[in-house]
Design a protein around this ligand. Sequence first.
Ligand code: URA
Length: 236
Amino acid sequence: MKSRTFRLDRFISQNSAFSLSDVRLLIAQKRIFLDGQAASSVQQKVTEFTHVVLDGNCLKDRKPVYIVLNKPKGVVSATKDLKHSTVLDIIQHPQKNELHIAGRLDLNTTGLVLLTNDGAWSRKISLPETKLEKVYEVTLSRPLTSEYVSVFREGIYFGYENITTRPASLEICSEYTARLSLVEGKYHQVKRMFGFFDNEVLALHRVAVGPVSLEGLDEGHSRLLTAKEFSAIGAY
Ligand code: URA
């Protein structure tokens, strides 16, 4: 999703009866307010979340929303689906129809999904360069060995995309269970990484994305990101 930024004069001329050339005078007369401050230049930027008031009338008031959901099995990571419930169906929020998913989970994968209406934010957190760790608990059909740890750290070649996966950290918890941390999210990445060893993933659960965890959030429930989590992600 692209976030759009406009110059103030262009935004006003497209959203009011005033023309581009009227805006300078409106500014001089202190008739335009951006996020509570009188506008000072025709070149000021209006982003998707700037609160714009002209002559006391609000022209734009779109608030950024950041939600964390504990996705149950069988719920699809999409905003519309004809067959299954979607993540939007199980979220209660007045702006939920503006939201998109920042990192999908497969139908049968459970756990942490982030949703937002802030395209710049979701793009940033999805970039491998941001190095935001996605942590998964994995249950396998065959026993794990220490070889997995070094192979995952080295990276696995994915022919379809012609890439080698970024270094991933695997902690073996028991013969059939492990915790895997990735900084990227290629299609079916976890299943394909274990597929390298012909080891089928029987259950997959995302427990954390960077500083955000599922602690205290029951399956099927969602909550807003806290200010602390938001600024911790911003620091990546
Ligand atoms: N990797 C997968 O294979 N599936 C998911 O749902 C998430 C990561």
